[in-house]
Design a protein around this ligand. Structure first.
Ligand code: TXA
Ligand code: MG
Length: 349
């Protein structure tokens, strides 16, 4: 069932229909300020298992539990005393904290870890849904495992469709990238997101560490980090030099390819074989973040052989943009035409 709900003033009658589905153990896709989530009652083991089945998600990748208050957060996990007041001030916002879990949570919500990921989402529909269902809602992003997270309801209809009892259409999400995940114990950002390292340092009064994945690890600290993510079926290559250099390379290429880049870069490319996917103005990183996932998704729809992505500054939300772009390109980076030719050859293009 598709429910169109006003994102600023959610209609309570419609929220009740979705909340009833949650209470009876069904899956509900709903918007948050970051991306759409695929929700189930976090206290219902069987309901949480349905999320893994619908997404094809590996069993060892735990879910984020969404709550509407500090009180509800404390019913499922132990918030360290020194962080309680800070979280009270900064939530609702796109930051997820990893804390020790309480036994009330079923193993399927936390993939049997002794910690849980919790956040209060800053979206009227998400908050109204949790309040009405009166239970914490476990919700990973509402995409098939490995694909970019959905920022619009129509992507979920295409990708998950009948597997979801209720899909709420609340319009496009605000940020377009998933929440920042921080492990409070080691004070380490496991996944950069819209809540930036600069803001964390300011609000918490200390600098977070930023997790950098070592190569070939079997057991990374956040299970989701080890899986292939955000990548389209076609190969994407990340250019790590200056945009003027990339324009030169692109204008000389004798292949059908796409460019995922800023308006400024796209304006400087005139090669007819280059399909330009515009992310927005280069200095508007929020606009770039918002358009990133639909741009990556669209790559597979075009008659092209591969795609090239521009590199952006990693200040502020730029760290999250570059994190997702790096994963979408699967580590395939180049800084000159010879390296690009090698990548094209290795990928059998
Ligand atoms: O913005 C978001 O966070 C969205 C919306 C729907 O809230 N949700 C989302 O969930 O992106 P998901 O499941 O796609 O990503 C959750 C990430 C995964 O990388 C997972 O491994 C990590 O959080 N995670 C969850 N529980 C964890 C835990 N106990 N310890 C370490 N990492 C954990
Ligand atoms: Mg996800």
């Amino acid at each position: 069932m598709l429910l169109k709900i006003n994102p600023l003033k959610p209609e309570s009658k419609l929220i009740k229909i979705a909340a009833d589905a949650i209470k009876s153990g069904e899956l509900v896709a709903f918007p948050t300020e970051t991306v759409y989530g695929l929700g189930a009652d976090a206290l219902n083991e069987a309901a949480c298992s349905k999320i893994f089945a619908a997404k094809g998600r590996p069993q060892d990748n735990p879910l984020i539990v969404h709550v509407d208050s500090i009180k509800m957060a404390e019913s499922i996990g132990e918030i360290p005393k020194e962080y309680r007041q800070i979280l009270n001030e900064i939530w609702p916002s796109p930051i997820t904290v990893i804390i020790k879990k309480r036994p009330i949570l079923p193993d399927s919500a936390t993939a049997s870890l002794d910690t849980v990921a919790v956040r209060i989402p800053a979206h009227p529909i998400a908050l109204a849904l949790i309040k009405e269902a009166n239970t914490p809602i476990a919700a990973p992003s509402a995409n098939l495992s490995g694909k970019p997270s959905p920022t619009e309801a129509k992507t979920i209809i295409e990708e998950l469709g009948e597997k979801v009892a209720v899909i709420i259409d609340g319009g496009p999400t605000f940020f377009g990238l998933e929440s920042t995940v921080i492990d409070l114990d080691s004070f380490t950002i496991l996944r950069p997101g819209p809540f930036t390292p600069e803001e964390i340092a300011k609000k918490f009064g200390k600098n977070p560490k930023v997790y950098v994945a070592p190569k070939n690890v079997q057991k990374p600290i956040s299970p989701g980090l080890k899986y292939r993510h955000y990548a389209p079926d076609k190969s994407l290559f990340l250019f790590s030099g200056k945009p003027t250099e990339l324009a030169k390379i692109s204008n000389g290429l004798d292949k059908n390819f796409c460019i995922i880049g800023s308006n400024e870069l796209c304006d400087s490319i005139y090669n007819k074989r280059a399909l330009k996917i515009r992310l927005g103005a280069r200095d508007n990183s929020y606009e770039i973040a918002k358009n990133l996932f639909s741009a990556i998704r669209s790559v597979d729809k075009y008659e092209i052989e591969f795609g090239i992505c521009e590199t952006f500054s990693d200040n502020g939300i730029g760290l999250a943009i570059m994190n997702r772009l790096g994963k979408a390109c699967g580590g395939n980076a180049f800084s000159n035409i010879d390296q690009l030719k090698k990548l094209i050859k290795i990928n059998h293009i």
